[in-house]
Design a protein around this ligand. Structure first.
Ligand SMILES: N[C@@H](CCC(=O)N[C@@H](CS)C(=O)NCC(=O)O)C(=O)O
Length: 221
């Protein structure tokens, strides 16, 4: 049994989605962002970093264990589900799986976050964006080329690496960084958005600004 400490409109949506894909037993504790988008103080009571996602594993061998950092949480959950959606069997696909598991938070999110922060700073921010936007474009072009060659990030099968890549690419789409030149990326987004487990996670997680448009029935539940 797991507890997911879930912040609205955040990376923790990926964890809810993975829980649904893996069919793990979990409960959600909900947290609302402050007006400045920071996490509420209550999350610090769960873990000193006070960021989301935080997962509590109530069945861990070390009795109750508190986990942070999305990639590490994803690996832990995949392990708890006997490797489902985890490391592919072929060596080439295994390399890609590991690469994207780390790339999402290690390279793509930092440049997206930096661009978001710079866009909010007058003058100096505009100067910084001249350097940052081409870097971001390099990443999004790289991702696009990768997805032109195969259906999923690690190869022919959907894996947890696709779940890791969802948040940065959904955020890039929501901020208008994906256009006609990113067709393979937007097609991949449509494929992940078509998965039933993705929708179950959306229904359970509440408002999520980066997903596909939702019907009024879904958003009022
Ligand atoms: N690399 C960390 C980042 C965690 C993180 O920054 N989470 C954001 C949510 S998207 C957060 O809690 N933001 C609120 C804050 O920084 O106060 C992870 O993937 O778990």
């Amino acid at each position: 049994m797991f507890i997911v400490h879930h912040l609205n409109n955040s990376r923790s949506q990926r964890i809810l989605w993975l829980m649904e894909e893996l069919g793990l037993d979990y409960a959600i504790r909900f947290y609302e962002r402050n007006k400045d988008m920071s996490a509420p103080e209550a999350l610090r009571a769960v873990h000193p970093l006070g960021k989301s996602p935080i997962v509590e594993d109530l069945d861990s061998s070390a009795s109750r264990q508190v986990l942070v950092e999305t990639g590490a949480i994803v690996e832990h959950l995949v392990g708890s589900a006997d490797g489902k959606l985890g490391l592919p069997a072929t060596p080439r696909e295994a390399v890609l799986y590991r690469q994207y598991l780390h790339y999402a938070e290690g390279s793509l999110m930092p440049i997206l976050f930096t661009s978001l922060v710079a866009s909010k700073i007058l003058l100096l921010g505009r100067f910084a964006l001249k350097r940052i936007r081409p870097m971001l474009e390099t990443h999004l072009n790289f991702v696009e080329q990768e997805l032109r060659g195969r259906e999923w990030f690690a190869g022919t099968a959907f894996t947890a690496a696709d779940i890791m890549m969802s948040f940065p690419l959904e955020a890039a789409g929501a901020r208008g960084f994906l256009g006609d030149d990113n067709r393979a990326t937007t097609d991949w987004l449509a494929r992940i958005h078509a998965r039933p487990a993705y929708h179950r996670a959306l229904e359970k997680g509440g408002p999520y600004a980066f997903g596909p448009p939702r019907s009024s029935k879904e958003t009022t539940q």
